[in-house]
Design a protein around this ligand. Sequence first.
Ligand SMILES: [Zn+2]
Length: 103
Amino acid sequence: MRLKIPDQFPIGPHKVKIRWSNADCEKEDAYGYFKYGPNEIVLREDLLTTDPSGGLLIETVIHEVLEAIVCHYDIEMTHQTIQTIGLAMTMFAQRIGFEDVPK
Ligand SMILES: [Zn+2]
């Protein structure tokens, strides 16, 4: 199985867009980030090519989806908790056969 990252996906009634931009992520000093205003997750394009087996792309996507869920449902959660759940979910996704090489 390979990751098929959609252009957008729903969180409840909200449509979250996914956009790829190295430049914007460099400004944020992140592999990806979620922004509430435009309701979008921005991901580094070079995650698609620079980390073929490290799980960085899938971890980044899962982490930012969690950030979006926490934001939209106004859940109180520390960033450390988001990181821990994201890492655990990444390990589970890899266990069930997701790879992060979307070729
Ligand atoms: Zn974060």
